[in-house]
Design a protein around this ligand. Structure first.
Ligand SMILES: Cc1cc2nc3c(=O)[nH]c(=O)nc-3n(C[C@H](O)[C@H](O)[C@H](O)COP(=O)(O)OP(=O)(O)OC[C@H]3O[C@@H](n4cnc5c(N)ncnc54)[C@H](O)[C@@H]3O)c2cc1C
Length: 380
């Protein structure tokens, strides 16, 4: 892949994360997938390397790396395992970032050092039985009672929730106002009235644990509110748009893993008197995969560079997310096809990639949500 315009520091960072994935993640990824357990010790391992603070400013203990470095990290970790990268991402880029961007100094002091060190694990709880692509449908209610809010409702499909220490929860504080009446609040896991279901069984990403959270008359201190009441979610949507770039980078990372797997099989497997890679259909499929993934990566780093330059990036981030995730799904299907029956076996990485890829098109705004954003920028 062409990283020709990365600086020496960016290349060094990329190589460090890549080596970590090769050493610590890839050899275990299939086993973790089958065991359906997230290796929680990775939070502290990655935290100790300083990478959970990659996109956090130095004032709060981060390394001030910015969007491009964060995209590089997401890409390389996902090349190791989508499930592992997702858990780290939800923790740092959603739960942690919401605290960074919406929180006050006291909230920063209380949470961010442990988030960056991986000592306290977070989840981001937006989705609900009635709220998916349509963000205005959040029904979990927070009603003010003196210096507390009383929370009632439930959150569905929440990654990391089976083991998270704290939850960053989107709530409705003013139901008549729809999305303009939605706030964001930190809920400690041990709050009375909070319950988390058993982890769900999923198509892919076995090692990523997700569940339902129920809030039953939970008393949450007003001091846990992130950002202004009623405005917090709209503000969060703006700052978390960065998540689309991370999702695009993850999709490129998974697509690259699929390409590597297919190329390796095609080099080793001999049929009709020569390695598969000697047959034109196979060569051309690999060439198409490499080309589309390269285009996806260039869109991704372009969007990240816009963020780092302080320029508008919404449309470019939507384009990167849309193209990279759909390319990833295509590449993972092609890789499984090229790996034949061996790829279809449960021990193979190719089938895991094929099961893992689809969710990329759903999270961080589905493909349709991205197309809407792009169409709006055209005046459509
Ligand atoms: C593995 C996994 C992990 C997740 N982790 C989290 C998490 O940590 N936190 C969290 O809050 N949520 C999480 N989610 C849930 C995620 O936020 C939702 O999947 C997402 O918001 C989409 O909602 P939905 O799945 O209910 O789809 P729906 O809203 O039911 O949409 C179904 C389909 O209809 C399409 N659609 C909807 N409206 C329109 C329209 N107007 N025009 C055209 N097409 C439309 C959608 O694009 C989609 O393809 C996770 C989901 C998965 C699968």
């Amino acid at each position: 892949m062409s990283d020709a315009f990365l600086s020496p520091e960016e290349i060094q960072f990329r190589d460090s994360v890549r080596a970590f994935a090769d050493r610590e993640i890839i050899p275990n990824a299939t086993r973790w997938d089958m065991e359906e357990k997230y290796p929680q010790e990775l939070f502290q391992k990655v935290g100790a390397l300083g990478w959970l603070g990659c996109a956090f400013p130095e004032e709060v203990g981060g390394s001030g790396g910015g969007a491009l470095l964060y995209a590089i990290m997401c890409c390389e970790l996902t090349r190791g395992s989508t499930a592992i990268a997702l858990g780290l991402y939800v923790h740092s880029a959603l739960a942690g970032s919401a605290i960074l961007h919406l929180g006050n100094e006291e909230q920063h002091r209380q949470y961010l050092p442990d988030v960056i060190a991986g000592k306290k694990i977070g989840c981001w709880a937006y989705a609900e039985p009635g709220a998916g692509a349509d963000v205005s449908r959040v029904a979990t209610r927070a009603v003010r009672d003196g210096d507390h809010y009383i929370l009632n409702g439930s959150k569905l499909y929440i990654t990391n929730s089976p083991f998270a220490d704290f939850m960053v929860v989107v709530v409705s504080t003013n139901p008549e106002q729809g999305i303009k009446g939605m706030s964001v609040i930190i809920v400690e896991r041990d709050t009375p009235g909070v319950s988390v279901s058993e982890p769900f069984k999923k198509l892919g990403m076995g090692a990523s644990e997700m569940a339902e959270i129920v809030f039953d008359d939970c008393r949450i201190p007003v001091a846990n509110l992130l950002g202004p009441e009623d405005k917090g979610f709209i503000l969060a949507l703006k700052v978390l748009t960065l998540g689309r770039i991370a999702a695009a980078a993850q999709a490129v990372g998974l697509g690259r893993a699929a390409l590597e797997e297919a190329t390796s099989y095609a080099r080793d497997r001999v049929q009709f008197g020569k390695p598969l890679v000697g047959h034109q259909f196979v060569r051309f499929t690999l060439a198409d995969m490499a080309t589309r993934l390269e285009a996806a990566w260039q869109l991704t780093i372009n969007a990240a560079r816009l963020v780092d330059a302080g320029l508008p990036f919404d449309t470019e981030a939507a384009m990167a997310k849309l193209f990279a995730t759909e390319t990833c799904t295509w590449a993972c299907e092609r890789a499984l096809h090229l790996c034949g029956a061996q790829g279809y076996m449960r021990e193979s990485a190719a089938q895991r990639f094929y099961r893992d890829c689809k969710v990329m098109e759903l999270g961080e705004g589905t493909s349709e949500v991205q197309r809407e954003t792009i169409a709006r920028s055209l005046g459509g």
